[in-house]
Design a protein around this ligand. Structure first.
Ligand code: NDP
Ligand code: MG
Length: 380
């Protein structure tokens, strides 16, 4: 029995991870953590019998404790609770499926405790890749990508020499507003931006996909996961989301992973790596598909992607500003406090105002996050 813990078990990636666990039947879930959805946590506790469940809000944790008093699961709360789930003694893999930089400290502590990381929480790697990757090497821990593009790259690297990689071709669907220009985006509402053409995901990443900031975060994520400069990561729009990403080698050969858009594939691959298991579900049928299309991303309209390249190239604390500004701006957009185009305007404003810190420590990253939030909050 493989033993795992899941941060963000009630979210899109978290629930799909539990589906993979359910379908395979040979993984034991020792710990789960979520923000506040105790209704679903209770169901998960009753089905998977974890030893530990963490709830961010102390009040909700108290409620959950009462509701599951008849079980053997212990309920913890806050950052201490999240950390406790991250470093549980018997777990081999921690699935990081929380959304946002909140995943930073738990990921670092789990690595120090020798846990392999099945990483969905890209914000952590974007802001602290320079700390996480060396730490993982030091503790002989694997960082197994769950993000579909990075899983595709990881799969396309198997059996090949990493130093023979010429470039990474990171595919993008282009999101719901592909082909639109700035003037078409002035009045975009939350409902419009939450309609992704190919993937059903959490709200934050769905907005990020529509602005292409998600692709920007993925460019920086690829830089850390695969040790390449961002100028060797080329974004290719592939609207059908069948090619999940590709690797071009020095001899011109291109390896790719293709499939239907289903996050259970990369999740299962990360959990069982290097083993490949049967996965039920739809298969790609090239006869009915007919054709695949490719486009260059429109970085003038979707200039959040351009800003991400700048942040990834300059490094230091700038990717933290890029990410933190986006996190808060997206939250404000979802709360209908700002307009759609303001998301990327806010990111740019924060980046321009920032004094970059080379090689920031964890403290400095968290301070940069707080300073970015202060700047955005003082706008209003
Ligand atoms: P969701 O919004 O669906 O889920 C987020 C999860 O995090 C929920 O379980 C939520 O709990 C939990 N959470 C939020 N805040 C806290 C907190 N303070 N403490 C503990 N748990 C918390 O997000 P997704 O599953 O879509 O995304 C998760 C991560 O995976 C993101 O980094 C995203 O970029 C990445 N990713 C997602 C993909 C997808 O297909 N969804 C694809 C590739 C990457 P609660 O439900 O209680 O709020
Ligand atoms: Mg992705």
């Amino acid at each position: 029995m493989k033993k795992i813990a899941i941060l963000g078990s009630t979210g899109s990636i978290g629930t799909q991870t539990l589906e993979v666990v359910r379908e395979n039947g040979d993984i034991q879930v020792l710990g789960i953590a979520a923000g506040s959805n105790i209704g679903l946590l209770e169901e998960q506790i009753r089905e998977f019998h974890p030893r530990l469940a963490a709830v961010w809000s102390a009040e909700k944790a108290g409620e959950l404790r009462t509701r599951i008093a008849d079980t053997d699961t212990r309920v913890v709360s806050g950052m201490d609770g999240l950390l406790e789930v991250s470093i549980m003694e018997d777990t081999e893999i921690l699935v990081t499926a929380v959304v946002g930089m909140i995943g930073l400290r738990p990921t670092i502590e789990a690595i120090k405790a020798g846990k392999d990381i099945a990483l969905a929480n890209k914000e952590t790697l974007v802001t602290a890749g320079h700390l996480i990757m060396p730490l993982a090497r030091e503790h002989h821990v694997s960082i197994l990508p769950v993000d579909s593009e990075h899983s595709a790259i990881f799969q396309s690297l198997q059996g090949n020499e990493k130093k023979k990689v010429h470039k990474i071709l990171l595919t993008a669907s282009g999101g719901p507003f592909r082909g639109k220009k700035e003037e078409d985006l002035l009045e975009i509402r939350v409902e419009d931006a939450l309609k992704h053409p190919n993937w059903a995901m959490g709200r934050k990443i769905t907005i990020d996909s529509s602005t292409m900031v998600n692709k920007g975060l993925e460019v920086i994520e690829a830089k850390w996961l695969f040790g390449v400069d961002v100028d060797r990561v080329q974004v290719v729009v592939q609207p059908q989301s069948i090619i999940h990403s590709m690797v071009e080698y020095v001899d011109g050969a291109i390896m790719a992973e293709l499939g239907t858009p289903d996050m259970k594939l990369p999740i299962q691959y990360a959990l069982y790596y290097p083993e490949r298991r049967y996965l039920p579900g739809e298969r790609v049928d090239f006869w009915s598909l007919g054709k695949l299309e490719f486009e260059k991303p429109d970085m003038d309209t979707f200039y959040g992607l351009k800003l991400a390249y700048e942040a990834g190239e300059k490094g230091g604390s700038l990717p933290t500003v890029f990410n933190a500004a986006n996190e808060l701006a997206v939250r404000q957009f979802l709360n209908r406090e700002i307009k759609y185009l303001e998301i990327v305007e806010i990111i740019e404003d924060c980046m321009r105002a920032h004094q970059n810190i080379a090689n920031p420590s964890l403290e400095q990253i968290l301070d940069t996050e707080a300073a970015t939030y202060d700047r955005i909050n003082s706008r209003r």
